[in-house]
Ligand binder design. Structure first.
Ligand code: TYM
Length: 391
């Protein structure tokens, strides 16, 4: 079966080796497999769940796109675009938010971690972020979603939302429940300073991660300082789980060298850490730099790549036979019609007015060509496209 792949990465600062090994490396492999259709999204709407400086965010969107390209994602083979340019992501998210249950969202461990102790002060956006992620995936009818291990729970939620929608509206297989693609090994790369914590952009210590933009000497320095323990490198994997830092470094080595953990253990058994770390640092330097600079500095090139990708993204969504959002919206409304005939007629005055104002607002400020509105006779609410046609 040909796979329809969708995945996303937040443009929130330097991407690191965890993003690369857990996700981006697989994006490239999947793109290069015959017959796959791949959509890779820079999820800027997810990024604003935390406060962002607009100028830095814009720059991070460019940097993330440049890193995609420099890592080998080819804009001729894959669709690359940024989420906020396709309003259907936000609109789909609202509809699916009416399907998802509070109890499901309350279980999301990433929200608990990110919100910390004072969750009353966390943004609502951070709380409903997995619903937006679900909309991203379901809009494109994705069959498979490559992610690192930390996103597994969000993908299970996506499946639950899709299944509940189909059940609620007696529409079997209407929304496709996506399959997660999580590597068996090395799907969770840990901090260089603490093998029990995930390598993360938000760790205050830069020494905890290898950024994809780090120079060779910076990487050498970070790997040299990476935490290990007093025992020698192991001969087998028996007690490795009790040595999380060593397990993590051997895992990174195995993933980047494309060999099994067992082979890496054999390669270094009896050797000292300094020899191992030197080899690891060599591998950890992924030669993105030249390509990265070329793409990041050439904004015209990037813009044109993004624009043509955007067109493809629209084609993919609104194209014949793949028009998921246009399937989603009218059917939702129609199905609600059966239960609530009032919904079909003109919306009550304040809602009607607000919708029109909302749509005007996003048209003038957002420079977009698709929005929510009522049709000419104001007896229908739905999505319309750039030609003013209801979809
Ligand atoms: P984000 O931006 O945090 O991370 C992007 C990808 O990198 C993986 N990753 C890791 N993998 C292994 N070890 C690590 N230490 C590590 N850190 C990050 C993540 O699992 C992810 O695959 N919600 C998502 C973005 C998203 C998305 C989507 C993904 C939005 N919509 C739709 C898939 C489909 C996120 O915040 O990823």
């Amino acid at each position: 079966m040909n796979k329809k792949i969708f995945s996303g990465v937040q443009p929130t600062g330097n991407l690191h080796l965890g993003n690369y090994i857990g996700a981006i490396k697989n994006f490239v492999d999947l793109q290069n497999q015959e017959g796959n259709e791949c959509v890779y999204c820079v999820v800027d709407l997810h990024a604003i769940t935390a406060k962002q400086d607009p100028i830095i965010l814009k720059n991070n969107i460019r940097e993330t796109t440049a890193t995609f390209l420099a890592s080998g994602i080819d804009s001729k083979k894959s669709i690359i675009f940024n989420q906020s340019l396709v309003p259907a992501h936000s609109e789909g998210s609202w509809i699916l938010g009416c399907i998802a249950r509070m109890g499901w969202l309350n279980r999301m461990t990433q929200f608990k971690e990110k919100a910390g102790k004072d969750k009353e002060k966390a943004s609502v956006g951070l709380y409903i972020y997995p619903v937006l992620m679900t909309a991203d995936i379901l809009l494109y009818d994705a069959t498979h979603v490559p992610v690192g291990e930390d996103q597994k729970q969000h993908l299970e939620l996506s499946r639950d939302i899709a299944q509940k929608f189909n059940l609620d509206f007696n529409a079997p297989n209407f929304l496709r429940a996506p399959e997660p693609l999580i590597q068996k090994n090395f799907s969770r790369i840990m901090s260089l300073k603490d093998g029990t914590n995930k390598m993360s952009k938000s760790d205050p210590s830069d020494l905890s991660r290898v950024n994809l933009t780090d120079h060779k000497d910076q990487i050498m320095n970070k790997i040299k300082k990476a935490k290990t323990d007093n025992d020698p490198l192991p001969d087998d994997d028996k007690n490795l789980s009790q040595r999380p830092e060593v397990e993590n470094l051997l895992g990174i080595y195995s993933s980047l060298s494309g060999q099994s953990l067992k082979n890496s253990i054999n390669e270094f058994s009896g050797k000292n850490f300094s020899e191992f770390k030197e080899k690891l640092a060599d591998l950890g330097y992924i030669d993105l730099e030249d390509d990265y600079c070329k793409h990041a500095e050439n904004s015209f090139d990037l813009e044109s790549i993004r624009n043509s990708s955007l067109k493809l993204a629209y084609d993919s969504m609104f194209g014949a036979g793949k028009n998921v959002i246009s399937r989603l919206l009218p059917e939702t409304i129609q199905i609600h019609d059966d239960d609530n005939p009032g919904f079909h007629g003109q919306a009550p005055e304040p809602i009607h007015r607000n919708l029109l104002e909302f749509s005007e607002l996003i048209k003038t400020n957002g420079n977009i060509d698709c929005g929510l509105a009522t049709d000419g006779d104001a007896d229908r609410i739905g999505l319309y496209n750039s030609r003013g046609e209801f979809i």
